[in-house]
Design a protein around this ligand. Sequence first.
Ligand code: NDP
Length: 270
Amino acid sequence: MGQPVAGNPTQYMMEKAFIAAGLDWRYLTCEVPAAQLPDAMRGMRAFGFRGGNFTIPHKVAVIEHLDSLSTAAELMQAVNCVNRVGDQLIGENTDGKGFVQSLREVIDPAGKRVVIIGAGSAARAIAVELGLAGTEHLTIVNRSLPRGQELTDLLVTKAKLQAEFVHLVGDYEVTPDTHILVNATSIGLGDAGAKVPVALDTIVAPLVVADVIFNPPQTWLIRNAAERGCTTIDGLGMLVNQAVISFKIWTGIDPDASVMREALEEFLGI
Ligand code: NDP
């Protein structure tokens, strides 16, 4: 459930994985405006849905309609995956775990200094999971002051992490002690030319640069970081990994991740 979700590739990817796993299951993409979420959640219970994914604008709002939260979702106060156990709806968050799994393919975040641009649901999930993965220090850079400060406070007080907030004004200058830079804003979604507010001359190898944007995967940030010799991670791996984890939560089965990645690339025409 989300809005807008018409172009979201998850249904196509999940249904290919259901078929590959021999499951006669369906995954529906439901366009749900914010005001209709309470009714949609009553419908989810009435129809006996096994679970669901939640995206913009529902990741925080859905919490009051659930019976309990996983430890990570409780910490993040954001849910992207709901699982039904008996008559209970349990909120989980697989976004950050999916991101960390992608990151680990190129660098172990333990002991590293990470800068995250953005302080929305994706940033929140990524920051908490990076903290749980042993990241040494997190810098949250955000345009709106209250949102960035709130996330930083949550990281310091609840998750007991070393974190600082930088209010984004103009282009952010990446400090030389940074190991990993993450764009967790929605800048670049559907626009390969959209510029992330980071000073390009401060993006210097061996910095690892990751972007949450998966459509298009070759964002302005990813292209420029690669041209400057940095290792890059696009948003596709995170999208596949978070879906793999959701699939396992609902079905108890490990899906074929390569089937999901191929379905995603086919859907997006990559
Ligand atoms: P939110 O709306 O919760 O947060 C958006 C963030 O982007 C905020 O920090 C906002 O700053 C910032 N932002 C947006 N526009 C600008 C701008 N022009 N300049 C500076 N900052 C800006 O969204 P989510 O966190 O839920 O999602 C963010 C993106 O992550 C989406 O595009 C989504 O598609 C993607 N995503 C990808 C996933 C994957 O698997 N690859 C999984 C989950 C999300 P401010 O607070 O100032 O408004």
